[in-house]
Design a protein around this ligand. Structure first.
Ligand code: NOJ
Length: 743
């Protein structure tokens, strides 16, 4: 079986042989230094740079594994460690690496996904803020804290598009939309890496999981992916391209197969697209054990073949498969892997070590004083609170029940009212759960002089007992307003946390029903790492807030929203279905030849006989305590020439009586094309704050590249024709619409 094309392999190796004249002066200096180190290296030492191991044992009590790892590090057989953190441990292990013949420093890597010491909202929650500056700041603070304690490299951002809420890892990404996802990818890369790699407050970022991991069949983690070239290029790759353009230092490949080929062995993804077409200069790390996993996939007969395929396909570093360590020397000697390919991988890794400054000072990032300072900076919590506030989405607010007015007796009910550890969800490094603010604590503090607060858990998060219902009913009856805090558990999302049922677990909806039956006004806060289904609540609650997992400041942020101190501004970055049966459900679908016109006439239409097609809540949806009106849509021209930008302006007015932020969303539809196009696609957005009664004119500039689509064989093309333009505060409520023609 021919699994790679030698020509593409050779083409991709050319980066380091490019004339220094066309590289910047710094690049040229680094390349020279890389070459001088490479010249000194033995074959074994070169292979050593490609190995990455987890370090939980290396700093732990004596064990055989610890001894092997330390020996490997000492003999230059390890290029990077993951999960070694903190100044003390990183210094200790770096010192071992410096005992090796060439004293090449290690890279310390870690999953800093939503905070290091300060726990920020999970990435999906942050995406709901649509605030690129805050998302950048959140990543930057994480980098600042991590870098001060010796970390050089985070395995983030995850830029996988996720259209299936059953998949547990939706919480790690930016949701379902490609354009929003690409903007967030850039913001996170800039945030983690700082202005320039090598700055003391920055760490290397890693765009993962390359590629299409989010499209796993049936939302089940690690499952195969089968998709058209068009969908891959239009929907799944652009956030990776955006990360590469933003200078992301590394890529991670993925566990899935793509059209039958494990991504780790994919020449098409890694050599042709990433290192070829995109001319990507960083390095690619495999996912944990993904080289070895080619064996159970039935793609490689043994570890030797797996190493050959991965290396030839462009997976530069082997995370935890030991495949390169065990097999690469023999593969090189047998001529199955070219030495030039090995050299290319080693150069890419050395380049980053030099760029970070580790060759000048291997302990540069491990500084006790800086670590102390970064971990105790009170500014970080304030920014985490602000990010959390902006990540909150108001889904419903009947009769303006929120914000809470006057002195009211509040009953707090639900299994997540006092939750702390859940608020951090998964992928946290140092989550000091005791110092996280629960909703209970946040509200108690905020309303301490105004309202009395009673509490009943009502039921467990999961389980069958309804024994706590009575107490919940009693405190509800004695209150003026009920706030329920419901959801899934913090560890029900993340890696290997797919769910086939995404309803609220246990008796929570039943608890809501009995509490609502008291006749009191009930506000529900729903927390989770994914869109959950809660149809009763959607219908009957007086107000609903979706909070995802908001991190350490969750309770304070929610209290500010309840009090009105912060007016919610979040918009959903992912569609909320009514039932699992509707999945996959996303806003930028194709119309079909039989679209549903009048929802009552669904016979022989593309519809369900037992459910509307529409979601419970659409992508881009989210309310505010104020209202906005959209008017005065103007286009610079109605007939656009190719290459000419289209200027679109509108007037946005705050028509309510409190100040608030709106996310103005611009969608386009290519009405007739040589490939059927989605009903709408997000092409731009702007978040802005307006005072009551204030109006502002906004101008968007739409380049004709935004009218392009991907066609197999032709690449990205634009076709003349009519485009529909829609602007509004949600994908399903575009208030202004017009058309223009591309000539
Ligand atoms: C496996 C996960 O898929 C990946 O995202 C993560 O970075 C690595 N493990 C390292 O923990």
């Amino acid at each position: 079986m021919k699994k790679y094309n030698l020509f593409t392999i050779l083409l991709c190796c050319n980066f380091f042989t490019l004339s220094p004249l066309i590289l910047s002066a710094q690049d040229a200096r680094i390349v020279k230094r890389v070459d001088s180190v490479l010249r000194l290296m033995t074959l074994k030492e070169k292979i050593g740079q490609l190995n990455q191991y987890t370090g939980t044992e290396v700093t732990g009590p004596a064990s055989d594994r610890k001894n092997t790892l330390l020996n490997d590090i000492r003999s230059g057989m390890v290029g990077s460690m993951l999960n070694v953190k903190g100044v003390k441990d990183t210094r200790e292990i770096q010192a071992v690496a410096l005992q090796s013949r060439l004293k090449i420093p290690l890279l310390f890597s870690l999953d800093v996904i939503h905070g290091y010491k300060t726990v920020f909202p999970v990435p999906l929650a942050e995406a709901a803020s649509w605030n690129m500056d805050l998302i950048r700041q959140s990543a930057h603070i994480s980098a600042k804290e991590a870098s001060a304690s010796g970390i050089h490299w985070t395995f983030a951002p995850m830029v996988d598009i996720a259209r299936d809420p059953r998949w547990g890892r939706v919480m790690e990404g930016a949701g379902e939309d490609t354009y929003l996802g690409a903007q967030i990818a850039k913001a996170r890369v800039y945030g983690f890496q700082g202005d320039r790699l090598g700055g003391i407050d920055g760490i290397m970022a890693c765009a993962k999981h390359f590629a299409a991991y989010g499209a796993a069949f049936a939302g089940r983690d690690y499952n195969p992916v089968d998709m058209s070239e068009q969908m891959l290029h239009e929907v799944y790759l652009p956030p990776f391209k955006a990360a590469a353009d933003a200078g992301v230092a590394t890529f991670m490949n993925s566990f899935n197969t793509l059209n039958g080929v494990p991504a780790t062995a994919s020449v098409y993804l890694q050599r042709d697209i990433l290192k070829g077409k995109w001319n990507y200069k960083g390095f690619v790390v495999s996912d944990w054990g993904s080289i070895r996993e080619m064996i159970p996939w039935g793609y490689a007969g043994n570890l030797n073949e797996a190493a050959e395929f991965a290396m030839n396909a462009g997976s530069d570093m082997d995370m935890e498969s030991s495949a390169y360590k065990q097999e690469l020397e023999a593969l090189i000697k047998a001529g199955k892997v070219k030495l030039s390919l090995l050299d290319d991988a080693v150069k890419r890794i050395l380049y980053k070590k030099i760029e970070l400054g580790l060759f000048d000072d291997p302990y540069k990032f491990s500084n006790v004083e800086r670590e102390k300072q970064a971990m105790n900076d009170p500014q970080h919590a304030l920014i985490a609170r602000n990010v959390a506030e902006q990540s909150i989405i108001l889904l419903k607010n009947e009769q303006h029940v929120l914000p809470i007015k006057g002195n009211q007796k509040i009953a707090l009910i639900g299994p997540l009212v006092k939750a702390k550890a859940d608020l951090a969800s998964t992928w946290t490094v140092y989550a000091d759960t005791a110092s996280m603010t629960s909703v209970y604590e946040g509200l108690k503090h905020k309303f301490r002089n105004k309202s009395s607060i009673s509490y009943a858990k009502g039921c467990d998060l999961n389980g069958n007992t309804t024994a706590g219902f009575e107490e919940a009913i009693q405190i509800a009856m004695a209150s003026d307003l009920v706030i329920m805090v419901l959801g899934e558990a913090g560890d029900m999302s993340g890696e290997a946390k797919s769910r086939s049922n995404i309803n609220l677990p246990g008796q929570q909806e039943a608890l809501f029903d009995v509490v609502k039956a008291t006749g009191k006004q009930v506000v529900v806060v729903v927390m989770g790492g994914r869109p959950l289904i809660f149809n009763h609540i959607a219908e009957k609650a007086d107000a609903i807030i979706y909070a995802f997992w908001l991190g350490a400041e969750a309770g304070n942020a929610l209290a500010n929203v309840f009090s009105g101190e912060y007016n919610p501004s979040g918009k959903l970055p992912i569609t909320f279905p009514r039932s699992v049966g509707q999945i996959p459900l996303f806003y930028n679908y194709l119309n079909t030849g039989r679209p549903v016109g009048n929802p009552k006439e669904i016979r022989y239409r593309s519809a369900y006989i037992d459910s509307p097609n529409s979601p419970q809540y659409a992508f881009g949806y989210g309310l505010s305590y104020t209202t906005f009106s959209y008017s005065d849509l103007k286009l610079s021209t109605k007939t656009l020439k190719k290459g000419e930008p289209l200027r679109v302006s509108i007037k946005l007015t705050n028509t309510g009586d409190v100040k608030g932020e709106e996310v103005v969303q611009l969608y386009l539809q290519d009405k007739v094309a040589s490939l059927a196009r989605p009903v709408k696609e997000l092409k731009d957005f702007r978040k802005l704050m307006l005072n009551p009664g204030e109006s502002q004119e906004l101008t968007f500039t739409i380049g004709t590249d935004k009218l392009a689509f991907y066609k197999s064989g032709a690449g990205w093309i634009t076709e003349p024709g009519v485009f529909k333009l829609m602007i509004g505060g949600s994908s399903d409520q575009t208030k202004l619409e017009t058309e223009f023609t591309l000539q």
